[in-house]
Design a protein around this ligand. Structure first.
Ligand code: NAD
Length: 476
């Protein structure tokens, strides 16, 4: 059973430290999905030159589906992230949560209480390890919303689509190239939406800089940088009953994998700004990791220098830097560091022929003709006001009240439901989910081969050439 006060303190920490993430464990994963985590570990280093499947399928680029007046949702995984999703979704118009699924009964009960406290009928409860399949099979669900550990993202997404449901899944959507292709193939076969819930695309500065980019404020954007720098060591080592993750699942990945394990928070917003999969695409990458030090030092301090935790191997180098080259000759740098004593940082730097913007550690913009200095505060504020994204203009105030990483989580949910209700294409589609998530395994392959250049598959099968960049959307 979960310890309520510990889970609460972890939630509070995660709220304070912006993006909370996931964990893996020293203890072996148990239950029927232990094999999934193991399979991920075994398959990673062996894949060198991934190839797309040969057969031709109908594209899911720009996919629009029948409008859904009331979106009936099942939330699978109601731990830290999923329980907050339940709270937020209840505040979006046109939503019903009909099913909750998690092997930890107490968590299901707590989320159901959130629903009934809002004066709504309780959702059906599922608590078996494989009950997510039964949930996907229900005939009264439109959208499966999955907030489970990484190794369950693709299995649940694929099964949900095969059952005719749209899927919204937490980040990364896939941990291997094979899983990326499974998502693409299934979305194309079923013509169902597969959205990775990359909430950072909906943060206020990220959306404003997207709007500026679309209005040519930065000129041709040649280079961009993003990161996930977040010291998560205590959380990785926290036991499940003391505020840690389910079966300490993130620690397992730190033990067994190197590379950019969690790339999409930094990558998603800059990939959208640079029109990746819409006019340009990732071509190849090279990746390099430092040695590992932080996990061992932390474990020695916590458990003792001679403890198994301190002595065991952690493959994940503390800082990973991945450089991606696009077909159009642009570059992106992505960093991942969850084990160094550093302040939280996603960088979010955009550099073009007319100027640049950066978010961390301080929001700043520099523009020609005096780009050698950042804009003065009043000029910065005026620019931000001029280019505030229509979505944040329209629902930013409510989003800040509802919360979820300062409001971006609510904007993401709101926009997802809005598009489903209107029958519009989603802002992030299955090709984004696959391309952004593919960096997990591709970076590991490159790191393991002395940073050799590795090709990124074209998950769109050529559709990126004519696809249009994400538009500056408004809501009625
Ligand atoms: N986008 C963000 O800002 C953000 C923030 C935090 C976490 N996340 C992501 O959300 C996901 C969940 O992270 P978390 O922090 O909530 O971790 P968590 O361990 O608290 O939650 C995972 C939940 O999944 C449940 N689960 C495990 N096996 C299951 C199964 N077979 N069927 C159904 N449920 C199962 C667990 O019981 C647990 O409640 C991860 O993918 C993580 O990367 C994203």
């Amino acid at each position: 059973m979960e310890n309520k006060s510990n889970r609460k303190s972890r939630r509070d920490f995660l709220k304070l430290t912006a993006i909370g993430t996931a964990a893996a464990s020293l203890a072996p994963l148990s239950g029927s999905f232990a094999m999934n985590a193991e399979e991920h570990s075994d398959v990673l280093p062996s894949v060198v030159s991934p190839q797309p499947p040969k057969e031709k399928r109908k594209s899911a680029m720009g996919l629009s589906c029948e409008p859904i007046e009331t979106v009936r949702i099942a939330v699978i995984g109601v731990g830290m992230r999923g329980s907050d999703a339940v709270r937020r979704l209840l505040q979006v118009e046109g939503v019903k949560i009909l099913a909750l699924c998690d092997p930890v009964l107490q968590l299901v009960k707590e989320s159901n209480k959130t629903i009934t406290d809002a004066g709504l009928p309780a959702a059906a409860e599922y608590t078996g390890d494989t009950d997510w399949q039964k949930v996907c099979e229900r005939n009264d669900i439109d959208l499966v919303y999955s907030c489970t550990p990484w190794y369950l993202h693709t299995p649940i997404a694929v099964y949900a689509m095969k059952c005719g449901k749209h899927i919204a899944t937490e980040v990364p959507a896939a941990m291997t190239l094979d899983e990326c292709w499974q998502l693409v193939n299934t979305a194309e076969e079923t013509q169902r939406h597969c959205m990775m819930l990359e909430n950072c695309c909906y943060d206020f500065f990220e959306m404003a800089t997207l709007n500026m980019a679309r209005n040519d404020v930065f000129g041709e954007i040649l280079h961009a940088e993003g990161a996930y720098i977040h010291d998560l060591r205590w959380l990785k080592f926290a036991e499940e009953n003391k505020g840690g993750y389910y079966h300490q699942w993130r620690l397992e990945y730190s033990r067994k994998h190197n590379g950019s394990l969690y790339p999409t928070h930094g990558l998603g917003p800059i990939a959208q700004i640079m029109g990746i999969n819409r006019g340009d695409r990732f071509d190849y990458l090279t990746s390099m990791s430092t040695k590992q030090a932080g996990m061992s030092l932390y474990a020695a301090a916590k458990y003792g220098a001679g403890s198994p935790e301190a002595l065991q191997e952690y493959k994940l180098g503390d800082m990973n830097t991945t450089l991606i080259h696009t077909v159009k000759g642009h570059t992106l740098m992505i960093q991942h560091d969850t084990t160094s004593p550093r302040p939280y940082n996603r960088i979010h730097l955009i550099s073009g022929t007319k100027g640049m913007a950066v978010k961390y550690p301080e929001q700043n913009i520099a523009l020609e003709p005096s780009a050698h200095e950042f804009l003065k505060k009043e000029d910065f504020d005026a620019l931000m006001q001029k280019y505030e994204h229509p979505l944040s203009k329209q629902i930013g105030e409510k989003a800040r009240k509802v919360g979820g990483h300062g409001g971006m989580d609510f904007i993401m949910d709101y926009r997802l439901i809005y598009c489903l209700r209107k029958g519009l294409p989603l802002d992030q589609d299955v090709y984004d989910a696959a391309a952004w998530s593919s960096i997990v395994q591709l970076s590991e392959i490159s790191v393991n081969k002395k940073s050799r250049s590795i090709e990124v598959p074209d998950f769109t099968r050529g559709a990126w050439v004519n696809a249009q960049p994400w538009p500056i959307v408004t809501i009625e």
